[in-house]
Design a protein around this ligand. Structure first.
Ligand code: SAH
Length: 257
């Protein structure tokens, strides 16, 4: 018996791994995390599978279902939105499983930040502009550890990706404008890959008004940084004609041989 902790992807039911889909179809117990897991993924479960939305359960109740399945010798598909290893509250479930001797395995998923970048056709790392992506969130009910406040992170001038924070966009832009400039580009992707996906593009100066107008308060990824929308970046060395690597010899070298 195993609890499979499965990433369901960002919303489009085709954006789950083959392995994750197969496990949802075959496990006799399916526990999923509520509104952000696409219902289409739960349509071809085993005919007599026990299926439950855990959004109204506390941790003890969720673990109770896993323990009961373990006692019956039944596999569990534990389905989380996006990738389960980021803002997934999965570590606490794995810790409880460890304590109870319940085996588990993690099946990765397409995180919503990757889906947001794809929706924008935006590479988050561009040569000589930003080679670093900082993934974070603003303080909500979960307090931020020391040194991880937004202004401290933004000092790096790297591409910033914020989960769980669109309701605080006013505060975010107020904090970052003095540091990154009023014209620093911002993109917000609401419900990436869902039929009602919405993309907002603007700057630290005007994005907050757009969010208010669109009445967006949740389910969004915020991306902030100079990589957004620019065509003014160096080409990578990977495809440079004078650059050799394991799979390709440089043109210059070739002409010498
Ligand atoms: N593990 C998930 C994140 C869960 S936390 C992942 O890897 O994506 C929930 C937050 O994720 C939301 O508040 C929102 O910030 C983001 N999110 C999840 N699905 C999203 C989607 N389809 N589009 C935009 N943001 C999404």
């Amino acid at each position: 018996m195993t609890v499979y902790i499965i990433g369901a992807g960002p919303g489009d039911p085709d954006l789950i791994t083959v392995k994750g889909r197969r496990l949802i179809q075959t496990c006799p117990v399916v526990l999923y995390t509520g509104s952000l897991v696409p219902r289409a993924l739960l349509q071809d479960t085993a005919p007599d599978a026990f299926i439950a939305d855990t959004s109204s359960m506390n941790l003890d109740e969720i673990i109770g279902h896993m323990k009961a399945a373990h006692d019956r010798g039944q596999d569990v598909a534990r389905v989380h939105t996006g990738d389960p290893m980021i803002y997934g509250s999965t570590a606490e479930q794995m810790r409880r499983c460890d304590a109870l001797g319940i085996p588990y395995q993690v099946i990765p998923g397409v995180s919503s930040y990757a889906a947001a970048a794809a929706a924008l056709s935006q590479e988050l790392t561009l040569p000589e502009l930003s080679q670093t992506v900082i993934i974070s969130r603003c303080e909500g009910r979960t307090p931020m550890p020391e040194g991880e406040d937004l202004v401290a992170l933004a000092q790096h001038k790297a591409t910033l990706v914020l989960f769980l924070s669109v309701a605080m966009i006013k505060k975010i832009t107020r904090q970052l404008r003095p540091l990154l400039g009023d014209d620093c580009p911002v993109a917000i992707v609401y419900k990436a890959t869902w039929p009602d996906q919405l993309i907002l593009r603007g700057t630290l100066e005007n994005i907050s008004a757009q969010v208010t107008d669109a009445k967006i308060t949740s389910h969004s990824i915020i991306i902030i940084g100079r990589v957004l929308g620019t065509t003014d970046f160096a080409e990578s060395r990977l495809y440079a004609s004078d650059f050799s690597h394991g799979f390709r010899k440089a043109k210059v070298e070739e002409s010498l041989t």
